[in-house]
Design a protein around this ligand. Structure first.
Ligand code: TYM
Length: 332
């Protein structure tokens, strides 16, 4: 039976890349009726330093972001990772299955640890084994993510396959990454060769879900572009990364294909297109921001949703962990 799992880190503000690459697609998938679990991965967040109060606020804000984006806690299971202890327990088993060499090849590790790997936390290195545990503790079959998580999902398959092989079982499924749509890689508004990211030092590089209408309009107005008009076919976006990025964003926000968008806006100058894009973004994001603020006013309600989600999740994760321990040979 198909089962969907995905996670987002509660660190810093949610941005347009998180929304289009993940949240919006989760909401679309929920409508297809597949059992889905969505997770705030607080254990992943602390692989780099987090202030305790900020982590709490970010976790609750992320939960509000999921709900405001259309994830209905009556239809999907919403959890905070540390409240479902089987994630960390399975991660330890996977730490013993995965190889140092596999981890060392992860581009995200290389980017984040940089030249000073000696000073990085052990958790940052082991991060993808915990991610594999997040997914496999549910025997999830489908994982919707943005393009940047592709390598981690390949590693998840490697870990599942090695576990099954080492113990001579057919226990963990080989998970399918789901990387679809016009916005699986939203780029920085300041540099079309860099992805939009929470850690970019320039706030003008990203649209945050908490930005107001004026800020959104200003950031799009200042977005880097080239001097040419928009082409009328996708082919014309080749070698124009900034133009392509803005068209992709427009397509994803309006649920259209690139070709449909270009049929409409081909020939326009950026002076015309950017305000239209800003208006579209404000009309889609404004209600989400407002709903997030409304939800954030009642923390106890958010905490209640997460407590109930954890209970529902553990009905799935406890038996899978128990079976894993049996396979590995733990007495209990
Ligand atoms: P995180 O928190 O960095 O990002 C959350 C989701 O947003 C997507 N995303 C983007 N999509 C398009 N364009 C962008 N510029 C962009 N930036 C981020 C990410 O691909 C992701 O889908 N390791 C994960 C969290 C995680 C997870 C998991 C995901 C932990 N366990 C299990 C799936 C399954 C992460 O750091 O995502």
């Amino acid at each position: 039976t198909p089962r969907v799992f995905s996670g987002i880190q509660p660190s810093g503000d949610l941005h347009l890349g998180n929304y289009l690459g993940a949240l919006k697609r989760f909401a679309d998938a929920q409508e297809q009726g597949v059992q889905s679990i969505y997770c705030m991965v607080d254990l992943h967040a602390i692989t780099v330093p987090q202030k305790p109060d900020d982590l709490k606020r970010s976790t609750r804000e992320l939960c509000a972001g999921f709900i405001a984006s259309g994830i209905d806690p009556e239809k999907s299971i919403l959890i905070n990772q540390s409240q479902v202890p089987e994630h960390a327990q399975l991660a330890w088993i996977f730490n013993c299955v995965a190889r140092m060499g596999w981890m060392g090849r992860m581009t995200q590790w290389k980017d984040k640890a940089g030249k000073n790997a000696e000073a990085a936390s052990l958790g940052l290195f082991a991060y993808p084994a915990l991610m594999a545990a997040d997914i496999l503790i549910y025997h999830a079959t489908h994982v919707p993510v943005g393009e940047d998580q592709k390598q981690h999902l390949e590693l998840t398959r490697d870990i599942a396959a090695k576990f099954n092989h080492d113990y001579g079982v057919d226990f963990f499924p080989l998970t399918e990454p789901v990387i679809e749509g016009a916005a699986t890689r939203v780029m920085s508004l300041r540099d079309g060769s860099k992805k939009m990211s929470k850690s970019d030092p320039s706030p003008a590089s990203r649209i945050n879900l908490t930005d107001d209408a004026d800020t959104i309009a200003k950031k799009f107005r200042k977005a880097k572009t080239d001097p040419d008009a928009l082409p009328s076919e996708a082919e014309g976006l080749k070698d124009r990364p900034e133009a392509r990025n803005l068209v992709n964003i427009y397509a994803a926000l309006s649920d259209q294909t690139i070709d449909q968008v270009l049929a409409e806006v081909g020939g326009q100058q950026f002076g015309t297109f950017k305000p239209a894009l800003a208006e579209l973004a404000v009309s889609k994001l404004g209600p989400i921001t407002a709903e997030m603020q409304r939800l954030m006013a009642d923390e106890t309600e958010i905490d209640r949703i997460l407590a109930r989600g954890a209970e529902q999740a553990r009905e799935i994760t406890a038996p899978i962990l128990k079976r894993t321990y049996e396979i590995v040979g733990m007495v209990g």
